[in-house]
Design a protein around this ligand. Structure first.
Ligand code: ADP
Ligand code: ZN
Length: 434
């Protein structure tokens, strides 16, 4: 089933015409209502009338997280406060929180975007949507919620935490879809296993997981543990929240709601626009947003675009799984390391759980790099020969992936802290200010 076939299956020409019309309106609206945009456009000598084709978007300046910080909290709002009916703020994973304001029309657009994603995950008015993203300033909870209302599902606003109660409600109310971060889905999966509940005892058919990067290995583990299909949902507060893109049943990238959010991929160093298929930084321009529209907003998320028509029938452009954020990248002994690369390596070892922690420090001007991993249930941490062999094999695989090895610390299953929201997997004690 497709929520809005006219848009989601539109031919390229129709979509581009719609995008161009909305882009022109957005640029004019920003120029008239937000000083920051007017100043920036004046500085490069571009006027709203100069936007005649979609490609003309490249004439417009980028918007960065620093621009939001400089205009904190509401300097980037384009609508008057009397029209702003909701505030959210980014969870603050990196840097100062970013505040976003929504008008009624923005909330309607958000609801529609999430509704399209939930429909991709097979949910409809008969569904019971179990929302275990945090509620509050974070967009996860209320974002999934508004989408659920849009498709007329029965929405349970669980919020995150209290994992035992999550499982009880899931059983007693027959939840059909779980919405939370992938790392919290894993925590819930473990709790279900611990209680001896089998996937077939639950009514769950799908998971809509996002708000943090995750790997295929993690997806496999959650799908198996919960007996569901896991869908990837992407979004960010500055653009609207979750629902900017979502993966369909083909699990072949996330369909971007491109009539609302116009994507580009740029080289993060040169800012040159990259062709489809090339990995780079994802940039979004909102189309038709009123409260806090964004022009060429640099997300710092790394992925690529897939333009071919999807087997599901939707024609909207897809974004690949997000590899990581540019700010997540660790530079260890001169080598670039993304946590998702380490997760990929860990996922290939049946002897380990998918939980891990990366600990980076500095001793005598040299970076130290430790990886804390958990042994799978039933393995003997005191079997020295086995452990030494496993250590060698993990280090070998890490060297193949990253070019460097690390010190590996083994822990018993269940020792590392479990996530209820966005997982914190890196501890970096190096002080770069010195
Ligand atoms: P922040 O985490 O920066 O405080 P948000 O709560 O708005 O702010 O989260 C948005 C960010 O979460 C995105 O920019 C991206 O880095 C990450 N994210 C969201 N969805 C996904 C996803 N499906 N896969 C990977 N990363 C995601
Ligand atoms: Zn598809």
């Amino acid at each position: 089933m497709i929520w809005n076939e006219a848009v989601e299956c539109a031919d390229r020409e129709t979509m581009r015409a719609l995008q161009l019309k909305k882009l022109k309106e957005t640029v004019k609206y920003e120029y008239e209502n937000v000083k920051h945009y007017r100043d920036k456009m004046d500085a490069v000598g571009v006027k709203p009338e100069d936007i005649k084709t979609l490609e003309d978007i490249q004439k417009l300046p980028f918007t960065t997280k620093e621009d939001l910080a400089a205009n904190y909290p509401t300097g980037m709002f384009a609508a008057p406060m009397e029209k702003i009916i909701r505030i959210h703020a980014s969870s603050g994973t990196t840097g100062k929180p970013k505040v976003a304001g929504y008008t009624q029309s923005d909330l309607d657009m958000w609801g529609e975007a999430v509704a399209r994603g939930l429909t991709m995950a097979g949910q409809d008015a008969n569904s019971v949507l179990h929302v275990a993203y945090g509620y509050g300033l974070f967009t996860g909870g209320l974002g999934a919620h508004i989408g659920g209302e849009h498709i007329n599902a029965t929405v349970i606003p669980m919020s995150s935490g209290n994992t035992k109660k999550q499982v009880t409600f899931m059983q007693d109310l027959g939840s059909t879809a779980l919405c939370c971060t992938p790392s919290y889905a894993l925590t819930i999966t473990e709790e279900i296993k611990r209680q001896g509940i089998k996937p077939e005892d639950l009514k769950l058919t799908a998971g809509i997981f996002g708000a943090e990067p995750w790997t295929q290995a993690m997806r496999d583990e959650i799908e198996e543990g919960l007996g569901i299909r896991a869908h990837d949902i992407y979004g960010l507060t500055e653009i609207i929240g979750p629902g900017v893109a979502c993966s369909c049943e083909e699990n072949a990238g996330m369909h971007i709601q491109e009539d609302f959010f116009y994507p580009e991929i740029v080289d993060p160093d040169t800012l040159e626009v990259l062709p489809d298929g090339k990995d780079g930084e994802l940039v979004f321009t909102t189309l038709g947003k009123e409260g806090m529209p964004m022009i060429r907003y640099r997300t710092r998320d790394i992925c690529h675009l897939i333009r071919e028509k999807c087997a599901c029938g939707r024609t909207t452009v897809r974004m690949s799984r997000v590899f990581g954020r540019t700010d997540d990248m660790l530079i260890i002994r001169g080598v670039n390391v993304f946590p998702s690369q380490i997760e990929t390596v860990i996922g290939t070892f049946k002897e380990l759980t998918i939980n891990y922690k990366i600990v980076v420090g500095r001793v005598h001007d040299r970076d130290t790099f430790e990886l804390h991993v958990e042994l799978a249930e039933g393995l003997d941490i005191d079997d020295i020969a086995f452990m030494e062999d496993l250590r060698d094999r993990i280090n070998h695989a890490l060297r193949d992936m990253l070019g460097i090895g690390c010190k590996i610390k083994f822990l018993n299953a269940g020792t590392l802290p479990r996530s209820e929201g966005k997982a914190k997997r890196v501890e970096d004690t190096r002080n770069f200010a010195e």
